[in-house]
Each structure stands twice: as C-alpha cells, then as structure tokens.
Design a protein around this ligand. Structure first.
Ligand code: URP
Ligand code: ZN
Ligand code: ZN
Length: 470
C-alpha cells in the first residue's frame, strides 16, 4: 500500500519545510519535493502542516484507585489520544506482590485492546534484595523505565536510600528512573491536621501538598542522580521552583530532565476553590499564576524537555452514565470524595487535549515555536524513552505515524469534541485555532476529520531500548 501526502509543510523538532511524503506500508519511505509515484491513496495537504504523531510519555489507563478505576481503558484512552494527534502512549504498570513478570503480564492483558502504539513504565513501589536483582529483567521485556515516588507514604513511596540504589541499578543497566517529587512526610502531617480540623473541601487537597515539597524533592532527586552518576526524569513538574531547581542542576551538568503537563500551565489553586473544584484534583496539585508563567518560561527557554499529560481521568459524577460509542456507561469518580478530599480519586483527563490546546494556547500564543511544540510533544519523549527514530521523526525508515494538522480549523472545544471517557473536559468552551485533520498510525488512517477509522487491537507494544539524555 502506497500513500502519498502532497504539498504539506513538514514541521519537525528542528526544521519547517515544504515536501511530499510517501508512505509504503507501515513506514515513511521517501520525503522530497514533487515526488513522482503512482500511489494507492493520495492526500492533498496544501496549506496543512505535517507533524510526527504525538508521543505521550505519561498516562494512566485502567488504573485502579480508591475503590474505582481511571475511566479510560487502553481502547477508549487510545482512541481519544488519536483524535488529539497522539499515536504512542506510555502508561505505568502497577507492581503486584508477585513481582515484575506477573505485573507486566497483567498490564499486557489490559492493553490487548490498544488502538495506538504503547509501551510501559514500571512503578517501583517496593524495594528489597529480590526486587533489586530482578530490575535488569525489565530491560529484556522492553521496559526501560522505573517510576519512584517521594510521596504517598505507606503506599507507593520509597525511602531515599532505596531510590539511590535504584538509580545505581538503572545506571548499570541503561535504564532511566522517573521521579514523582513531593514531600510525603509534610503531606501526611498536613493532611492529618487538616482533617482533624474538619476541613474537607477540594482546595485542601492542594493546600496539604505544598509547592516547596515538590521543589526540595526535585533538587533532592537531582542530587541523588548526580551522586549515583545516573540520569533522572522528573515527571509532572508543577511548581515554578522546580524549574529553578532543574535549571540549577542542569547548568551544573546533572543528567536531570523535566516533564510538565498542560494542566500546570493553565490552571491554579483558584480552580480547586470553585464549587466543582474536584474536577481539578490531581497530584501534584495546581499552583499559582506565577508558577504557570515560570513553567512557560521553562518551555520557551528549553529548560524542560517534554510535555506529557498524566492522563488519569475520573468522572466528576460517576453516578450518572454518559453515552460512549452508543452505550451508556457510568464509572464511580470524584463524587466518592464529596465529604472528604482525601477520597477524591486523583487525576484528570488530558490525553486528547494536549496537542490541540498547546497549539492554540502555546504556539499561537507565542510561548513556544511550532518546532518546540513537536520537540516537547513527540520527538523528545521518543528520544528519552528509547523510541527514536522509529517514533517522533519524519524521516525515511520511521514508522508512518503522521498527523496532518489544519492550522486554520476553528472549533469551540469541550466534551462535544472529546473522546475521553469521562463526563467533563477541563477546557470546555475554549476556542481552538488549529486541529488534527487526519492521523495515520504506521501508515493506516485512523482518524479522518471527525470520523474514527481505528480499531481495538491495532496498537502494538513497543519494546524500548536505551534512551538519550537530553
Ligand atoms: O493525580 C494523578 N496524577 N494521578 C496519577 C498518579 C501519579 O502520581 O501520576
Ligand atoms: Zn506521579
Ligand atoms: Zn502520573
């Protein structure tokens, strides 16, 4: 099967140029001006941009939490991702009692319904001699990343000594530690005091998880990485001070990289203070406009490396069904914590929103260039997580994961456009200018305008190798 995309403007992480792209079966085979071929299918992309499919390095699909589960599974979440221009997603395997292999098998089973390509990170939420010895086996499974937590005491958190040892093991095996940085002890103390005072509304979720905890924990993580001579990737950076710490460490040669997410660029504590504040509950929480501004600066100046979503959706009111693909479905959600913020499932939808929202409110608004947009949403995550140049690249030999982006399409965004399986959208009513028109996954057209052409099981598991330190 030959597909020719004619006269588009290719946007990569470094260049913007006019060219045709020829796709043969699953791969890009040629890029050049005025390609002379007789294709099976041709698209005229005059006036359109051609981007490499988005790579979302941070999602939580079908994740059990607080007596419920994140409301997108590996089919619905992937379908939503595709509508937003993302063709690869990486989610996190929960570490079960009986070790890595069994835990990965369980996640593989969940992911059989995948509609875009995917890979896994392993949550390293226990650490002992047995686990330490087993870590290198993850590389053989194509899982090159371990996520550690400095918060969620008694559940997910590792002590610093264990994190340090994990960094050393990662270093010796070409692996990468990803770190969730908050101060677990401060959070536990403030939460207990706050509940004892009878304060239960959503804003207290944010007020019990202070930004300084994220700031000191990010620097602590960078310091441990430097002492272990290992790279580290700090997920969901949310506080301006974290960008300061990232810059400080990177200027001193520490191999530390940072990810932020759209929610930390656009929202603040004030959103949690609204009557529907539970919609904005995620961990770490929203901060202030000063933090939003410093995160944008971190992107425009290249201090940060990626923009993921941390997509982990829950219904706002899971007692009321929504219609999804013609059937009604209700999944318990934020209402579980109506009387107690600690019982509100943590997480937000965003897998579809990421690229369209960042295009209008990041690129069009002048914070980042189109090339930076591609770097942060596709090429850099592909490089860091060992998928480049198969993913994140518009070059011959790369997978033909391609987005034809219409920079002129104007829509009023929200649940009417979103395929995320939840009952709300954080960007409801936001005016967008620029939106994906067609999305190809390994040469197959899976989104055509507003029509879904993909299907369950079309996504492939991607075994990842050693990544780059950016
Ligand atoms: O609130 C969030 N982000 N839930 C997902 C878990 C995590 O720490 O990323
Ligand atoms: Zn996290
Ligand atoms: Zn997460």
């Amino acid at each position: 099967m030959k597909t020719l995309i004619k006269n588009g403007t290719l946007v990569t992480a470094s260049d913007t140029f006019l060219a045709d792209i020829l796709i043969e079966d699953e791969k890009i085979s040629r890029i050049g001006l005025n390609l002379e071929v007789a294709p099976d299918y041709q698209v005229d992309a005059t006036g359109k941009l051609i981007l490499p499919g988005g790579v979302d390095p941070h999602v939580h699909l079908d994740l059990p939490m607080f007596d419920t589960v994140s409301s997108d599974d590996h089919y619905t979440g992937h379908k939503a991702a595709a509508f937003g221009g993302t063709t690869t997603a990486m989610d996190f395997v929960v570490l079960e009692n009986d070790g890595f292999s069994h835990s990965v098998d369980l996640w593989m089973k969940k992911a059989e319904k995948s509609a875009i390509d995917y890979s896994f990170h392993m949550n390293l939420t226990r650490f002992d001699e047995t686990i330490a010895k087993e870590i290198p086996s993850l590389m053989e499974m194509g899982i090159q990343t371990l996520k550690v937590f400095t918060a969620y005491n008694g559940r997910l958190r590792l002590d610093d000594g264990s994190i340090f040892k994990a960094l050393q093991i990662a270093r010796d095996n070409g692996m990468l530690v990803m770190a969730h940085c908050e101060n677990g002890d401060v959070i536990e103390t403030l939460t207990a005091q706050t509940l004892a005072e009878g304060r239960t509304s959503p804003i207290w979720h944010a007020l019990t998880r202070p930004a300084w905890g994220a700031v000191e924990s990010s620097l602590r993580m960078a310091a441990m990485a430097e002492q272990a001579d290992a790279p580290v990737y700090i997920v969901h950076m949310n506080a301006g001070g974290e960008v300061d710490m990232l810059q400080y460490a990177r200027e001193r040669g520490v191999k530390v990289m940072g990810e932020t997410c759209p929610q930390y660029l656009f929202f603040t504590l004030d959103h949690l203070g609204q009557p529907d504040g539970a919609k904005w509950i995620c961990s770490p929480p929203m901060r202030t406009e000063i933090d939003n501004a410093r995160l944008w600066e971190g992107l425009s100046q290249g201090i940060l490396q990626t923009i993921g979503t941390d997509h982990c959706p829950f219904y706002y009111d899971g007692s009321r069904p929504i219609v999804y693909e013609g059937g009604e479905i209700a999944i318990p959600g934020k209402e579980l914590g109506r009387d107690d913020f600690t019982k509100i499932p943590n997480g937000l939808p965003g897998i579809q929103d990421r690229m369209p929202i960042l295009w209008t409110y990041g690129v069009n608004a002048g914070y980042i260039t189109p090339n930076q947009f591609v770097a942060y949403t596709s090429t850099n995550p592909a490089k860091i997580f060992g998928l480049y140049p198969r993913k994140g690249a518009l070059i011959p030999g790369a997978d033909a994961d391609i987005v034809i982006w219409d920079p002129e399409r104007r829509i009023k965004y929200g649940t009417a456009y979103s395929h995320q399986r939840t009952d709300y959208n954080l960007y409801e009513g936001w005016e967008l200018s620029g939106y994906p028109e067609k999305v190809f996954l390994r040469g197959k057209l899976i989104v055509d305008g507003d029509a879904w052409k993909g299907k369950r099981g079309d996504g492939k598991f991607l075994k990842r190798g050693v990544g780059e330190v950016l």
